[in-house]
Design a binder for this molecule. Structure first.
Ligand SMILES: [Cu+2]
Length: 397
């Protein structure tokens, strides 16, 4: 507590010493602890999370927590006594320069080790461990890895230098700081090199992004992805490959998507709760949200787009491996592609996901015909329809 009191008052200069008594520090820490625990419980948690939190709480060994607090308190007392002894002797007993220098080295070693651990252990949970299955995925991954390596190397080197020099030039008796205000040559290069590197990365990113999101392909299959608390629907454009108009005033229990089935292009639309897409077919996804901002995330296809109420967004991609091909490739018969919500959109956000199945074009047409169109007339049109024979045959071969 005394150390904390020193940190608050002297080291961080948050408050002058005379205004901050030890008791005040104690109350401050207590208030912080209380607030932290309150904010944890204030979150809208589902039942599983509440159960998990309760079991974690019961697993805390309060005796160890108490001993730890006591240890910190004793160490603080020792430092306080030593510094008072130094004051009386008019010669400091504690060498803070040395302590801070050593702590810098400890910090960088432990910090970098923790970074490495994080990469090895949790790196597996990121999408880089997920196989890629879209036409643009390889270029996207490539770009990400180049940026990660470049920034990673710069991060490690600069942090080591920063903490090493903090240690090397720590406060010591008789050492005087060198006044070194500027070095133009160094500053010019330190601006030009990162400037060029960042420009190359950003410009390449812009090209790849515009390529990924543009809708130049007129033969792309139009599919709407509709997000709401807490599920997804897909709407297929049917025989005309044109999505029918919708009106939010028509949204209700029966017509969840608010599609006006009597309007032009709408009758043959098909609404499903699974997203099937044919392989090697350019897909043009149109995103729409009912209530709050969601984010459609298809990790295997390296696709993510915010789904915003009142603001249509879209994304263009071509799946290149069917679900069955990917199952064989991964040697995992249970493998499935998935669409997840990647925006914390409410209490049941965690279950907002939709299965994605990449079919061969025959399988896809067969599946689509098992789903009814919005109107009986639309169903008739769809049943005699093959998307592939009416659009460019070049898309498949
Ligand atoms: Cu959501």
């Amino acid at each position: 507590m005394i150390i904390l009191h020193h940190i608050l008052s002297l080291k961080l200069k948050i408050l002058p010493m005379k205004y901050l008594k030890i008791k005040t520090s104690f109350v401050f820490v207590l208030a912080m602890l209380l607030l932290t625990s309150l904010s944890v419980f204030a979150q809208d948690m589902n039942e599983d999370a509440v159960a998990a939190a309760k079991s974690t709480a019961s697993n805390i060994n309060w005796l160890i927590v108490g001993i730890a607090f006591l240890l910190v308190f004793i160490i603080g007392m020792i430092f306080d006594i030593l510094s008072k002894v130094g004051d009386v002797q008019k010669k400091p007993v504690i060498n803070w320069g040395k302590i801070n220098g050593i702590l810098s080295i400890v910090f960088i070693v432990v910090g970098l080790a923790a970074c490495a651990w994080e990469f090895v252990v949790h790196g597996k949970l990121t999408f880089f461990n997920l196989p890629a299955a879209s036409a643009h995925a390889n270029e996207y991954d490539d770009m990400f890895m180049i940026t990660l390596w470049l920034t990673g190397v710069v991060f490690v080197v600069t942090q080591i230098l920063l903490f090493w020099y903090t240690y090397k030039y720590r406060e010591a008796k008789g050492r005087k700081a060198l006044f070194y205000p500027d070095n133009h040559t160094f500053e010019i290069w330190a601006t030009i090199i990162p400037g060029i590197v960042l420009t190359v990365l950003v410009v390449r990113g812009l090209f790849v992004w515009s390529d990924m999101t543009s809708s130049r392909d007129k033969n792309a299959m139009n599919i709407e992805v509709f997000g709401y608390q807490f599920a997804w629907n897909a709407r297929y454009a049917g025989a005309d490959n044109k999505l029918g108009k919708y009106d939010f005033r028509q949204m209700g229990v029966v017509n969840a998507l608010g599609v006006d089935s009597l309007k032009e292009n709408a009758g043959d639309d098909i609404i499903t709760s699974e997203l099937h897409v044919p392989v090697n077919q350019p897909i043009y996804l149109h995103f729409r949200a009912k209530d709050v901002i969601h984010s459609a995330y298809l990790p295997h296809f390296r696709v993510q787009m915010n789904v915003v109420p009142g603001l249509p967004t879209n994304f263009h991609f071509t799946p290149i491996l069917t679900t069955n091909e990917m199952r064989a490739k991964q040697d995992d018969p249970k493998f499935d592609y998935i669409l997840l919500c990647n925006k914390i959109c409410g209490s049941a956000h965690y279950r907002m996901k939709m299965k994605v199945i990449v079919d061969s074009k025959e399988e896809f047409e067969k599946w689509l015909k098992t789903n009814p169109a919005l109107t009986a007339k639309g169903t008739e049109t769809n049943n005699s329809f093959s998307f592939f024979s009416k659009t460019s045959p070049l898309a498949f071969n």
